[in-house]
Design a protein around this ligand. Structure first.
Ligand SMILES: NC(=O)c1ccc[n+]([C@@H]2O[C@H](COP(=O)([O-])OP(=O)(O)OC[C@H]3O[C@@H](n4cnc5c(N)ncnc54)[C@H](O)[C@@H]3O)[C@@H](O)[C@H]2O)c1
Ligand SMILES: O=C(O)C(=O)C[C@@H](O)[C@H](O)[C@H](O)COP(=O)(O)O
Ligand SMILES: [Zn+2]
Length: 365
């Protein structure tokens, strides 16, 4: 199959195809001497294969293994990588390559942004979520005990290589979690995505699904267009945060036992209910959130006994201004808007709409 190149504002390309790793040396760049490949435990063999390839191309290449998933996004792991870079003598003309999911690209991007105040980084995302979202757009970051992504920097990559063959080893629940961000792009900007997913829900649950390549390309285009227009999230970029205020709070309350995409799925239903209660969204579109996300096997409800903890976590959302909570809502399909400082009763009423008891049944608060 052909290779697709999607330009992000003319600054770098997201390359999508199969067997693309031969393109990596070109993206790492000619003037680069040393390369650090950052990969999670689950991708030790892939990380080593990439390292050997780069050595064969004449680079001085090192590999650093980091924990899987969210455990990698800590100050301790970032400090470990700074130590590796320091000991190997990385200079401003050297580079980092991330090979992994969004947690790895967020961490490696952050270390690249901070080492010597910024060195080159190339992302090789190996999850659906990494390909369509985390590796694109230059948001990098780590968590602190107080919250998700609280420390970070905007540091766009030199390139993004989405080698679709890497998805073959990704567990299905991780693939489906990535579909939540694809569906997000459908709701905020490109309804064709929703039509494609709804036309074959089972196909959209697997990397081999007939529409998956088109879904990936469409989601990357949505993200690329938004970040090209507003890299630093002064306004427009906030739309990519649809479902994330409540979603990040769920991740935090669950101590990251939920995958990001699963939490964002619940967060989108929450914020759709909030928009409905605020008189901005009709019942039909709220129900479409439940049917498409639920149809993919993503969660659309959350336990009903965590309101104080969720509210506390939501207050630390980056979209908040002072003590005012701000949400990205929809006022129609692909018509994002902001809801600022909603009445606390409305916030809790929306929580009641997504609440379930431990058996998964909806409950009233
Ligand atoms: N920077 C951004 O713009 C942005 C956007 C969306 C999400 N994110 C972040 O991305 C993270 C979630 O990323 P994710 O969903 O990719 O999860 P992840 O990075 O936690 O990866 C999920 C699991 O899959 C493993 N894995 C990765 N690729 C694999 C493969 N090909 N085969 C087998 N196992 C593989 C990982 O080691 C991990 O255990 C969150 O931290 C979220 O905050 C960032
Ligand atoms: O790229 C963005 O901007 C996003 O908001 C994309 C989100 O999917 C992503 O999860 C992002 O990491 C959230 O960032 P945060 O600023 O809410 O921490
Ligand atoms: Zn996200």
């Amino acid at each position: 199959m052909t290779t697709t190149r999607i330009s992000v504002g003319g600054d770098y390309d997201v390359v999508i195809g199969n067997g693309l790793l031969q393109e990596l040396p070109g993206l790492v760049g000619e003037g680069v001497q040393r390369v650090l490949i950052v990969h999670p435990r689950a991708l030790a063999a892939t990380g080593e294969a990439v390292r050997e390839d780069l050595v064969a191309q004449g680079f001085e290449a090192y590999a650093a293994e980091v924990p899987d998933a969210e455990e990698a996004k800590t100050a301790q792991v970032a400090a470990f990588l700074w130590g590796v870079l320091g000991q190997a003598g990385f200079t401003r003309s050297d580079a980092i390559v991330s090979v992994g999911g969004g947690a790895t690209t967020d961490l490696a991007g952050f270390v690249a942004a901070t080492w010597l105040r910024g060195i080159r980084v190339v992302h090789v995302p190996t999850t659906l979520l990494g390909m369509v979202d985390a590796a694109v757009g230059g948001k990098t970051g780590i968590n602190t005990p107080e919250g998700k992504n609280l420390v970070g920097a905007f540091h766009p990559p030199a390139g993004v290589l989405c080698d679709l063959t890497t998805l073959e080893t990704l567990p299905q629940h991780d693939f489906v979690a990535g579909m939540a961000e694809v569906v997000k792009c459908g709701f905020i900007a490109d309804p064709v995505i929703l039509n494609l997913v709804e036309s074959d829900l089972e196909g959209a649950r697997s990397a081999q699904g007939p529409h998956v390549r088109e879904l990936i390309e469409r989601a990357v285009r949505v993200k690329a267009d938004v970040v090209a227009a507003d890299l630093r999230e002064s306004s427009l970029r906030e739309v990519l945060n649809y479902g994330h205020t409540f979603g990040h709070a769920v991740e935090q309350v669950e101590r990251y036992a939920f995958r990001h995409g699963a939490a964002v799925s619940i967060g989108m239903v929450y914020v759709a209910e909030l928009a409905r209660l605020a008189g901005k969204l009709d019942d039909e579109l709220v129900e479409r959130h439940r049917s498409v996300l639920g149809g993919l096997g993503l969660p659309t409800t959350y336990r009903g006994d965590r309101w104080p903890q969720l509210l506390d976590a939501m207050k630390r959302d980056k979209k908040s201004r002072g003590s005012m909570l701000r949400f990205v809502v929809l006022q129609g399909l692909a018509r994002p808007a902001r809801l600022e400082g909603p009445d606390p009763a409305l916030l809790q009423a929306a929580y009641a709409e997504v609440s379930a008891d431990v058996t998964g049944r909806a409950v009233s608060l």
